[in-house]
Design a protein around this ligand. Sequence first.
Ligand SMILES: Nc1ncnc2c1ncn2[C@@H]1O[C@H](COP(=O)(O)OP(=O)(O)O)[C@@H](O)[C@H]1O
Ligand SMILES: [Mg+2]
Length: 456
Amino acid sequence: MPATAKPALSLLIIDDNAASLDLLSTALAQPGLEILTAADPEEGLDLAHSHHPQIVLTDLVMPRLSGLEVLERIMEFDPSTDVILMTAHYSTESAVEAIRKGASDYLNKPVSIAALREPARRRQRALQLEDELLASAEFERIVGHTPLMWDMFSRIRRVAPHYRVVLVTGETGTGKDLVAQALHRLSPAASGRYVVLNCSAVVETLFESELFGHVKGSFTGASHDKAGMFEHAHGGTLFLDEIGDMPLGTQAKLLRVLQNQEVQRVGSLTSHKVDVRVIAATNHDLRAAIAEKRFREDLYYRLSMVEVQVPRLADRKEDLPLLERHFIGRFAGQYGKEIRGLTHRAQIRLSLHSWPGNVRELENVIGHACMMALGDTIDLQDLPTYLHVPSEQAASVQAPLPSPSEVGALEEQERLLIVRALEAAGGNQSQAARLLRIGRDALRYKLKKHNLPTTR
Ligand SMILES: Nc1ncnc2c1ncn2[C@@H]1O[C@H](COP(=O)(O)OP(=O)(O)O)[C@@H](O)[C@H]1O
Ligand SMILES: [Mg+2]
């Protein structure tokens, strides 16, 4: 490797134990890595401010300032820093707390030499992974290349090795199932079972038996002893979908299982230890359910300690072209057709839709269009009929221009004018720009601003 003026990577180690600090910096020394050390956390923070290291390795228990406080302060001024905590007092709770505050990892002391070299390697791997991610625009089968999605991918990657319980929230069709599967696959329980229970599909009276099992004769119809889903998922993951639909009584029992890691079959006096990671998902606002006394507040707090929020499609419309391509690829293959893409005006129509059903709705729309398409491109008439009927916005596009007194948001009017011009120009941007009497660059800028497709 050619010598460079500035090392590619800079690592800061903070540990109040001088011997440990020495050991760490010796073991980690490698070409291309600058190592800074501080025995005092305050001094460490100063170094972090002045040198902006990409990685900070900090002890957890130190006088004056704890590793968690160091983490918080660093996250405040540079959240992209990889902060790794080390501790002799490892517990899942404290690891989760650290991850929740933004730590990249949490290592048990004494850390092995191999583990010591990990942070630098991991950062390089992370960068590589990040590159792959950008290139493929897909993370663990989840398609997306917008900052909202990158944040989510990064969160999944950080949470997965440590969580015991995690809550996945998002509207219906946003991809919560995919997120739950990714969390399982990236967790230490990946080789264990992945057991799914959809809480909205279980008869209330059978709920506890499903989850915890039962013993013969414990209720009418219980003709054998039966293991519940928790026992099935032992060593793996239990995914509780639509947790908001779980009956209140069952919620109380679930909380107890989460706290004790023990289940008791219905009708039994003895309990079994279980080692199960729990992922709960909901598309309801659980806080509203709490206010209506349909959801237990204590369970909510237990579940939401670590939360992964899945963004709405409407909030990441820049992902539409990518998702369209993704689904066209899938359905064209399925129907044995060669479909190149959507016409510009079909793309515009999709970008004007509000997508209440999120990605699932888009998946259905593209599936339908691929089935209907006669040629190699999808046009307006191939879209489902509800999208033919101009949406509210599209309707006003066709209507005469509103008078200034009717003008709502100025931005919205601008967007409508642009869409109208593009439709009139059959998608030709130069022509649309001429119709609008603005330059092509100005039009491009405005297309971006309004999340309209910029490709032609
Ligand atoms: N980001 C995404 N990339 C690719 N496919 C997605 C994405 N989000 C959702 N999907 C697909 O959309 C459909 C609905 O997703 P799902 O995970 O079932 O949503 P939810 O559980 O939030 O209702 C599934 O077929 C899923 O594969
Ligand atoms: Mg789902």
